[in-house]
Write a protein that binds this ligand. Structure first.
Ligand code: ADP
Ligand code: MG
Length: 357
């Protein structure tokens, strides 16, 4: 065993699965502080007189992160096209800590998103997930604390914005500060309106390029969604806007082809729906919710982190400005609704008939 990370646990899972093991090598997969958090595990073992090899992923979950285990179990039980890696096993360390063992998905390319077909394959996967019956996901995806956490996260994003020089250095910064406070304060009403407008569906909840792999060696383009720790029931447009908006930050062609990609989602998710004014309004509300719940905060944090390179900070400052634009747009749509910033009558036009409970 190469690293000290949970050596015994990985080896005993491997032995259960493959029989006596010759060698186990664990390589950390993300460079985060928690270097034992997620590893690729390569094992070799004898089989019919030959040396065989196999790989799997081991991910340590604890506290709120244990939601990911519930999400995998719900996905496993729900059947349908494979949107996630296969769950191979679970080792429950304590009631508050577990290891997930997942299928290793070899990536076809490091950055496949220059190819529109790869970007579309993710949209198709999202449509396949969102049109699964909500009742199959009630146990794994329906955490009563999630809405509260999203609202708290939006308030933290607004607070961080005010602490950074970005909030003072630019023309219009005061107005932006007011907008961000207003959107944080209205988050709960906006999200209720959004969900009433689109209907609810099982969501991945954190769709960005770091959480998707295009599988190497597949006949057709096979997009696999990783990292289900924020899976929940919500508006399908949260996932769709998360994917398209986060990718558009780095991939200009996604920006140019935005409406074509959005139309593909509408087509693949079932019921006929036009890309009309109300659909767009809901889409931007979903995008602003994502920004406030995490995407903007992440880039604000990088922008203000003196430990990062200038290049990384500048890139994140640009991304933060894009998210701020989205928040401004959503705020404008929201306030246009009836002039008071509140809409009490939810829309009836469910985008996802099959996804409504
Ligand atoms: N099953 C898997 N197959 C291939 N690569 C994976 C798999 N799971 C995770 N990874 C890689 O590890 C990285 C971190 O995994 P992720 O589950 O997103 O952890 P985190 O919660 O730290 O973001 C991913 O961006 C991906 O590159
Ligand atoms: Mg991740």
């Amino acid at each position: 065993m190469k690293t000290g990370c949970s050596a015994g646990i990985f080896a005993s899972f491997a032995a259960q699965r493959f029989g006596p093991i010759d060698r186990v090598v664990a390589t950390p997969l993300s460079g985060g502080l928690e270097s034992c958090g997620i590893s690729r595990v390569d094992v070799t073992f004898p089989q019919r007189g030959q040396e065989r090899g196999a790989s799997f992923v081991a991910k340590r979950l604890w506290g709120r992160g244990l939601r990911e285990l519930n999400a995998y179990r719900a996905l496993d039980a729900s059947g349908g096209p494979p949107v996630a890696p296969r769950l191979l096993g679970v080792h429950r360390e304590t009631p508050d800590e577990a290891y997930l063992f997942l299928e290793w998905i070899p990536a076809a390319r490091r950055w496949p998103w220059v190819d529109e077909d790869a970007t579309s394959a993710v949209i198709r996967r999202l449509a396949q997930l969102h049109t699964r019956p909500v009742r199959n996901f009630r146990s794994g995806f329906d955490d009563p604390n999630i809405e509260r956490e999203i609202e708290a996260s939006a308030a933290e994003t607004a607070a961080l914005y005010h602490r950074l020089p970005l909030a003072r250095s630019r023309a219009g910064a005061t107005a932006m500060g007011q907008t961000i406070d207003r959107v944080a304060g209205e988050m709960s009403a906006m999200r209720a309106y959004l969900k009433a407008g689109t209907g609810i569906a099982p969501l991945h909840g954190d769709v960005h390029s770091g959480n998707v792999v295009i599988r190497a060696g597949a006949k057709d383009i096979d997009a696999v969604l990783l990292d289900w720790g924020r899976a929940r029931l919500g508006s399908p447009l949260e996932d769709v806007s998360s994917w398209l908006q986060s990718l558009a930050l780095w991939e200009p062609r996604v920006k140019r082809r935005h409406d074509t990609l959005l139309k593909r989602y509408i087509e693949w998710s079932g019921p006929a729906h036009r890309l009309d004014r109300e659909f767009r309004r809901l889409y931007w509300l979903a995008a602003a919710s994502n920004a406030m719940a995490g995407a903007l905060r992440y880039h604000l944090a990088v922008t203000g982190d003196k430990g990062r390179t200038d290049a990384a900070r500048n890139r994140s400052a640009g991304a933060a400005r894009d998210w701020l634009r989205i928040i401004r747009r959503a705020d404008k749509y929201w306030r246009q609704a009836d002039g008071s910033g509140r809409r009490s009558v939810p829309l009836q036009n469910a985008v996802h008939r099959s996804a409504t409970p």
